[in-house]
Design a protein around this ligand. Structure first.
Ligand code: GDP
Ligand code: IMO
Ligand code: MG
Length: 431
């Protein structure tokens, strides 16, 4: 049976989803983004050429795919048009292969202003892409959807109402000068809409009618999920499997035969504020950052680095009911004398084995580590299990046994062809 695939982030984002989605997309006819927005930065390296996708599904780089920007996303039209045009300029035809949900909400210029203002009063360390405020407007029922733009009078009224609200908020609550101009915001929005109008549709219906195989591409990661992550240090969407149904408009049953896989680095990173029990604030953390080139694909910020957190990873396995894990960036650990992974936390004399909700607990939890002898040999570009040093194999085996989920693939470098399947046969049976 042909199966759809759901590919998620298992950690705090930036696990290497872009690279994996890109290589897997060869087997799928449609690729779907369904939550988040331009806060995502998904890197793909093809023949030495680097692409970073923010709003478009990464699988669009393959010329045979259809790309869907589904209803759960918040879409910055300026950036969407820019991203499509920049790919077109690089010889990748996108316009005739992309569909944008008419139910998707917009990220407007004033959402980005609010993002900055909110950050000054309680820092989350957001990407400043207006994501949180756009979802606030959506759930507060003040949002503007793509379908609203079909009617210019209605759009004008909605933008005017939103701008009045934001102006009051800026001037009366935050005592900030406010400088957006209604006519300019309206004109620019309608100009952008004109460019995408023919590509907007009911993407839920389209997917229900579609007979091909679909890859659903999660953005961010399970630990940044607004419900299951380290709240409030999360993004404003359901970045775990919980977001699939609302994000696509497809009924939960649609996914009952899909494969659920998630990507995890062989260590851990996070950008922005929030608890990170296995963070290394010393020269080891620095070494991970330098060797792993851990700087944000969207904001360029240095990523915080630390050992693999298996407690958090098991949380991702459970929340998403994962069928398989893909490990990336093992090569970054190649020249460490010792490698560690947390197997539990210690808090006030108690051993915590399951990822807790409590922020105070997480902030004070001390990881209990399992230590591994480093392999101190290169695994970069390895193409089979046989090429891996024994110690690296032992590390991967431990992860697999701890999680009780098969590792299906190992990524051994940033390039499209730097990977190998752990269980090619089982993969073929599953998919
Ligand atoms: P995403 O947001 O999950 O798509 O991940 P990002 O693109 O933000 O960050 C992952 C980074 O790791 C990118 O620079 C990738 O090119 C790179 N990368 C992916 N897989 C590997 C790997 O196996 N080894 C190494 N060294 N780099 C990788
Ligand atoms: P990809 O898809 C890593 C983080 C931000 C911040 C928090 C909230 O590339 O893995 P937001 O702008 O969403 O309101 O910021 O979430 N964040 C990410 N971290 N990768 C991402 O996306 C992220 N998207 C948001 O750094 O801590
Ligand atoms: Mg990223």
């Amino acid at each position: 049976m042909k199966k759809h695939l759901v590919l998620l982030g298992a950690q705090w984002g930036d696990e290497g989803k872009g690279k994996i989605v890109d290589l897997l997309s060869a087997d799928f006819e449609a690729v779907v983004r369904y939550q988040g927005g331009s806060n995502a930065g998904h890197t793909v390296v093809v023949n030495g050429e680097k692409f970073i996708l923010h709003l478009l599904p990464t699988g669009i780089l393959h010329p045979h795919t259809f790309g869907i920007v589904a209803q759960g996303m918040v879409v910055d039209l300026d950036l969407l048009v820019e991203e499509i045009e920049s790919l077109e300029n690089r010889g990748i035809k996108v316009w005739d292969r992309i569909l944008i949900s008419d139910r998707a909400h917009l990220v407007m210029p004033y959402h980005k202003i609010l993002d900055s203002l909110f950050e000054r009063r309680g820092k989350i360390g957001t990407t400043l892409r207006g994501i949180g405020p756009s979802y606030m407007f959506k759930y507060g029922r003040r949002g503007i959807r793509v379908s609203d733009l079909e009617d210019p009078d209605r759009s004008y009224r909605l933008i005017k109402d939103n701008l009045g609200f934001v102006q009051d908020l800026c001037e009366k609550v935050y005592c900030e000068n406010y400088s957006l101009n209604l006519e300019e915001v309206f004109e620019k929005t309608m100009q952008n809409y004109k460019k995408i109008k023919d590509r907007t549709t009911d993407t839920t219906r389209w997917l229900l009618d579609f007979k091909g195989r679909v890859l659903f591409e999660g953005a961010q990661g399970t630990m940044l999920d607004v419900d299951m992550g380290t709240y409030p240090y999360v993004t404003s969407s359901n970045a775990s499997a919980l977001g699939l149904s609302s994000g696509t408009g497809l009924p939960p049953k649609y996914f009952s035969h899909a494969n659920f896989w998630a990507v995890s680095k062989a260590y851990t990173t996070r950008v922005g504020e929030g608890p990170f029990p296995t963070e290394l604030k010393d020269e080891l953390g620095e070494k991970l950052r330098e060797r792993g080139k851990e700087y944000g694909a969207t904001t360029g910020r240095p990523r915080r680095c630390g050992w693999l957190d298996l407690v958090a990873l098991r949380h991702a396995v459970e929340v998403n009911a994962l069928d398989g894990i893909i490990i990336t960036k093992l090569d970054v650990l190649d020249f460490f004398e010792e490698v560690k992974a947390s197997v539990a936390y210690q808090y006030e004399g108690k051993v915590i084995e399951h990822f807790p909700a409590s922020l105070s607990l997480l902030e004070r939890a001390k990881p209990i580590y399992k230590s591994f002898k480093g392999w101190q040999k290169s695994t970069k570009g390895a193409k089979s299990l046989g090429e891996l040093p024994e110690e690296a194999l032992g590390y991967l085996e431990f992860i697999q046994n701890y999680l009780q989920v098969p590792i299906v693939m190992l990524s051994t470098g940033p390039a499209r062809d730097e990977f190998f399947w752990f269980e090619k046969l089982a993969y073929q049976e599953r998919i």
